[in-house]
Design a protein around this ligand. Sequence first.
Ligand code: PLP
Length: 336
Amino acid sequence: MVDCATNVRLPGPPPWLRSRLVEALDELGRYPRLDAARTALARRHGRPEDEVLVTAGGTEAFLLIARALGSGLALCVHPSFTEPEALLRGAGHAVDRLVLEPPFELDAALVPAAADMIVLGNPTNPTSVLHPVEVLEALARPGRTLVVDEAFADCVPGEAGSVAGRRDIPGVVVVRSLTKTWGIAGLRVGYVLADPEVVERLAACQPQWPVSSLAAVAAVASSEHRAVAEADGWARELAGDRERLAGDLAALGIEVVPNAAASFLLLRVEDGESLRAKLGALGIAVRRGDTFPGLGPDWLRVAVRDRITNHRVAGAFATALGERGSARPSVDRIYR
Ligand SMILES: Cc1ncc(COP(=O)(O)O)c(C=O)c1O
């Protein structure tokens, strides 16, 4: 089975990172220290250390935000990763949804003034849309917390569009994940970048030793110049591969959400459930869209892989559509 359903980039850590983790096994007898990870992450983003909090993945960061930060009304921009909303609700926040329509661009004017916490992904899972920094700037204001989930920010060459290094936008809390880029979902490591007072409040909700020493090693290693350059090289390659795959799928008459910026494409097809089953029978797993607010069963998310795999994926779509007898490309259904 070719896994185009999950959005992790690698099936496991690259050899250089694996070696660093193996070398660190001897440290497991001691309780973890996170100072080196904090220093490395602060340096990577050009921020003081007291603006960085190392967490057990982006998911722990969302839990801390939900527990530590108050809100009168939290607004979750959808379709998007649903965990932040679930955690906010679980912690007792009043939550509203702003459900965007295709092509899923965010207009700051759509956000109610009463929302004193906004949560959005940039680029967004599953739409792959990157909201321009100007839109984030327009949303930010003193007294409002703007949570920007940047789990896929390093899919964009030069991390254009990231606000990780921006200390001048009021109320911004950036959540980053290291798990997808480096094939370490099982290790659980991510971090928050925010002003020191927010970091302190989040840290106060963490248990002792929230992040393992191996996760801390991964945070240091992935912040080094060589790793950042490797991720950037991959982002540049991804852009070409993604454009080719989008073109191949669009040529089959499939709607491809335009301006994709992350490592996946969001598609709208006819009879999505049966198409997904047919693709499965052809050895290609794609992600159903209907678990994301605002999307129904005809939306599918497909990961962009290497060129040969993408070619195979497009071929499987062609076969599956052909089997269904509705494969005639129709140009007016293609977003451009
Ligand atoms: C958009 C987005 N943000 C954050 C996460 C959380 O990632 P992790 O907790 O592994 O860092 C995920 C995981 O799927 C995600 O899709």
